[in-house]
Design a binder for this molecule. Structure first.
Ligand SMILES: Nc1ncnc2c1ncn2[C@@H]1O[C@H](COP(=O)(O)OP(=O)(O)O)[C@@H](O)[C@H]1O
Ligand SMILES: [Mg+2]
Length: 458
């Protein structure tokens, strides 16, 4: 130490990362190293020689530490904020003379601004995480409980639900086929809800809604910096999110052929590799897929992998179109009427004729179309009774409900009789739903009723 001259000592102190600030026994500053300049944004020369109250008055930093150290005569540590917004942890260490009086006070300040910012970010992130957790809980409850009642009154739907209840508790992969709006998605959720995975997540991947370039990273996730434009923190994929739950691939026919191979690996091996990673991850998920496409035909023309098709198609469920399950129409109408009357605080009912017209509609958009129709009626009909005139025009155009037949003049007799017969059979069959009853009301034999129903109903 003897070899260190004043110049070297200053050099050492000016290269200290921490600020060293020294005051005398009156609280006047006698020394500050270079680090002080970046903490307060002033020159060292503007600090030296000033009393601590003066520096406090200039707002250099607060709260001041010197008065505390002077009165307590022992080491103190506090946090300070400087005039340029830096956050410091300052320790003031008094040096006492032989009489125990203060000779000098050495104050050491460490800049903890970044640390503070990180801490604050962490707190905000924690709060957000809690908030999202709660939101997910609420959403999951709403999604899986409130909206998940499945109306099934027709034989087709009851049979289908019987099969579903048999297979829901197993982990077998299920493929749900059916036209758009027939209830494929709601059935997938229902299967999850009654399966042993019901407390785990239910994650839907709509293969048609996610652009092809994004699908892979959405599905498998990626490691930090896996590709340009990727988030620097990486991303957890939907596969990983679905762990211990059910993964529902909606519109599976839309999945690009390249990803079909990767998906096959996931189903076969219960493992996947995030984009940019070399480490495989194990997952435990049940897979349900749905499509409104003819997947088998796609296999035949090579746009869907055959091996993947058979992996998905372990159990195949086909949702019949609504017009093939007439007995579900009225229960569904009342189910949605109740839902939307409640939502819009209304109280409606239908006349018999309105129900007739609704039952006889073809419902090309299936249950989704029916739901929208009922919601629209609830919102638009001011009266409490919904009458035929309230129905959109299309319900009147397609109406097959009138028994009186009107034909343009000079229609061949045979044709007119045939048309009349067709309408009569249709009406009777829609109302009674069995050949025995139709035969009875039309006073024909049951075999004739059967033959005519087969001929005329679609
Ligand atoms: N059996 C049913 N009971 C009650 N609501 C249903 C039923 N089937 C479908 N829905 C409702 O009809 C709408 C369309 O069904 P969705 O499952 O989305 O059809 P898809 O997936 O086949 O296009 C949804 O709002 C759904 O909740
Ligand atoms: Mg769907």
């Amino acid at each position: 130490m003897n070899d260190l001259n004043c110049f070297t000592l200053r050099k050492i102190l000016d290269n200290c990362h921490d600020e060293i600030f020294v005051v005398d026994n009156k609280g006047n500053s006698v020394y500050a190293n270079k680090a002080a300049e970046k903490n307060y944004g002033v020159k060292v020369s503007d600090l030296i020689g000033k009393a601590s109250w003066q520096l406090a008055e200039e707002g250099i930093c607060s709260p001041p530490i010197t008065p505390i150290a002077l009165s307590e005569k022992k080491k103190v540590t506090i946090e300070q904020t400087t005039r340029i917004g830096r956050k410091l942890v300052v320790t003031a260490s008094p040096i006492l003379d032989q009489k125990g009086e203060i000779d000098l006070i050495v104050e050491n300040s460490r800049d903890i601004t970044e640390l503070k910012n990180i801490k604050q970010d962490l707190e905000v992130t924690r709060e957000l995480l809690e908030k999202y957790k709660r939101e997910v809980e609420v959403l999951r409850k709403e999604d899986l409980n409130v909206k998940n009642d499945i109306i099934a009154n027709s034989k087709q739907m009851c049979d289908l639900l019987d099969i579903v209840h048999g297979v829901a508790t197993t982990d077998s992969t299920i493929l749900i086929l059916g036209k758009s709006g027939t209830g494929k998605s709601i059935l997938a959720k229902h299967i999850h809800k009654i399966s042993k995975r019901k407390d785990g997540p239910f994650i839907t991947i709509n293969c048609a809604a996610i652009p092809e370039q994004l699908l892979e990273s959405e599905l498998f996730g990626y490691t930090p910096g896996a590709f340009s434009g990727a988030s620097k923190n990486g991303k957890v994929g939907l596969l990983a999110l679905a762990n211990n739950g059910t993964l529902f691939f909606d519109e599976i026919a839309e999945i690009p052929i390249r990803l079909q191979a990767k998906l096959l690996e996931v189903i076969q091996g219960h493992r996947f590799t995030p984009v940019g990673s070399v480490k495989e991850k194990l997952i435990d998920v049940r897979i349900i897929a749905a499509t409104n496409q003819k997947l088998k035909e796609m296999v035949n023309n090579n746009s869907f992998r055959e091996d993947l098709f058979y992996r998905l198609n372990v159990i195949e469920l086909e949702m019949p179109p609504l017009k093939e399950r007439l007995e579900d129409i009225i229960p569904l109408i009342y189910f949605f009427l109740e839902r939307y009357d409640k939502k819009y605080e209304r109280n409606h009912d239908f006349t018999e004729e309105t129900l007739d017209l609704l039952t006889q509609h073809d419902w090309p958009g299936n249950i989704r179309e029916l739901e929208h129709t009922i919601e629209r009626l609830v919102v638009t009909v001011k009266d409490t009774v919904i009458k035929p005139k309230n129905l959109p025009k299309i319900f009147h155009d397609n109406s097959k409900s009138q028994f009186h037949v009107s034909f343009p003049s000079f229609v061949p007799l045979d044709k007119s009789v045939e048309e009349f017969q067709k309408q009569l059979i249709n009406k009777a069959y829609k109302q009674f739903k069995n050949t025995y009853k139709v035969a009875e009301v039309l006073q024909i034999s049951q075999s004739k009723a059967y033959r005519l129903i087969k001929k005329y109903t679609d």
